[in-house]
Structures are given as structure tokens and as C-alpha cells.
Design a protein around this ligand. Structure first.
Ligand code: ADP
Ligand code: MG
Length: 227
């Protein structure tokens, strides 16, 4: 599903945000990306979501070579993925419903089907009764759940979420992670960037760590759940 080979990303400065990153993720995996602030997590997600291209190296996702993606191919590629941004990027002035329906409208769904799918999704994130509220009327945690609903509503092949539980209390975090697990059980590959070491430990999934742009894998099995 995901393949990085010799991936470098250098910002002007120069800042070496990613250095010789290699990564293979199979379809259906659920993994965490950890690392201190400034270690390159968001940069790696910008590569995965085709918001930016690597300076060198190859990034392949769902059969697309993202470094070579043309302007026209970007929206087509994005239909395969769901993204929860660290800063949500919701449409202000629009309602909860309008925000969550957007990916389905872009894909050309029928009105009645969209309505049904969005209602079910909002129910799952506990926002069913807020569907007609505007984004700015919601708390930070509620906005985060809207962002998660929007990322999952079109049942993407790959979900990437940048600090998705950052603004949530522990009960709500658990519910959100349950949603990710449910999507994963239905076949979505899930990659979550997080600082929450408790969450990572509890889940017992594959863990990748970035440090100063270098990616390493936590190969210790001690915190992986036993079958
Ligand atoms: N657009 C940019 N221009 C220049 N430097 C950047 C840009 N985005 C990120 N960086 C730098 O790249 C490094 C990695 O940042 P980032 O990927 O945001 O890390 P993280 O998400 O792990 O906190 C940091 O040193 C950051 O300052
Ligand atoms: Mg970040």
C-alpha cells in the first residue's frame, strides 16, 4: 500500500526534514508514527497526502508514484485516502453536515445516498444532533471528530491522521481509536502520528519512530499484543 525508498525532503534553510527514509506498509496494516516535535511526522504525511513532493527518492501509495503525480491526478489519487490534519482544515461557515458530505459530493454520489452515509458517520462520531451547526459553533474536540468523520466517510483505502486525539479527553480518544480500528477491520490501512505513548503502548501495533528526519522501526516485541 505504501512504499518509500531513499526519500529525502529538504526545506529551504536548508532544513533536512526527512533523510533517506525507507518504509513498506502492507494493505490492512494499522501503525503508529511517533517522534518528538520537529522530527518530520507532518512532513511525512504531506508526502503521503500529495500536498508536497519529496526532494528525492520514491514515494508510492496505492499504485501511484506520488513524486510524479500531475496536477490533474492529485484529486483522483486523494479519493483513495482520508486525511485528518493536525489543524483540522474544516470549512468555516459551513455546517457539520456540509463538511462531512464534501468527499462524497466530489466523488459524485447521489443526494439520498450521501445523506444516509453522512448520518451514519455522524452517529458513529457522536455528532448526529449537531449536523446543522456551523464549524465555529463547535468545541475543539467536536471539530476534531468532524475532521475524522470527513476522513472516513468515503471508506478510503488509506487513512492518515496527524495527532488525531490531541484535543480529546481519554474517553473520547478511546472512541475515536475504536473508529479507526473499525475502519481498519473493514480493510482501511491506518497510519496515526501521535505523541500519546500510553495510546501506542495500549494498542500494541507496529510503531515507527522519527528522530531528526530519520525513520526507525521499533522492533521490540515486548509491547506488541500477543495473538
Ligand atoms: N514549510 C516548511 N518550511 C521550512 N521548514 C519546515 C517547513 N515545514 C516543516 N519544516 C521544518 O521541518 C522539520 C520537521 O517538521 P514537521 O514535519 O512539522 O515535524 P513534526 O510534525 O514531527 O513536528 C522541522 O525542523 C520544521 O521546522
Ligand atoms: Mg506535526
Amino acid at each position: 500500500m505504501i512504499s518509500f525508498s531513499h526519500v529525502y525532503k529538504t526545506y529551504p534553510g536548508p532544513v533536512h526534514a526527512l533523510m533517506n527514509v525507507a518504509l513498506e506498509v502492507q494493505k490492512g496494516e494499522f501503525l503508529f508514527l511517533t517522534g518528538p516535535s520537529g522530527s518530520g511526522k507532518t512532513t511525512l504525511f504531506r508526502m503521503l497526502s500529495a500536498f508536497d513532493k519529496p526532494t528525492s527518492g520514491i514515494v508510492q501509495v496505492a499504485g501511484y508514484n506520488l513524486g510524479k503525480l500531475t496536477f490533474d491526478q492529485v484529486p483522483k489519487y486523494r479519493r483513495h485516502i482520508g486525511v485528518v490534519f493536525q489543524d483540522f482544515r474544516l470549512l468555516k461557515g459551513k455546517t457539520v453536515y456540509e463538511n462531512v458530505a464534501l468527499p462524497l459530493q466530489i466523488m459524485g454520489g447521489r443526494f439520498t445516498q450521501i445523506k444516509k452515509t453522512v448520518s451514519e458517520m455522524l452517529d458513529q462520531v457522536g455528532l448526529k444532533f449537531k449536523y446543522d451547526q456551523r464549524i465555529e459553533q463547535l468545541s475543539g474536540g467536536e471539530q476534531q471528530r468532524v475532521a475524522i468523520a470527513r476522513a472516513l466517510v468515503h471508506r478510503p483505502e488509506l487513512l492518515i491522521a496527524d495527532e488525531p486525539t490531541g484535543n480529546l479527553d481519554s474517553d473520547m480518544s478511546r472512541e475515536i481509536v475504536n473508529l479507526f480500528e473499525k475502519a481498519n477491520a473493514q480493510g482501511t490501512t491506518v497510519v496515526i502520528a501521535t505523541h500519546d505513548s500510553e495510546l501506542v503502548k495500549r494498542m500494541g501495533k507496529r510503531v515507527l519512530t522519527l528522530k531528526g528526519g530519520n525513520l526507525s522501526e521499533n522492533l521490540s516485541l515486548e509491547n506488541r499484543s500477543q495473538p
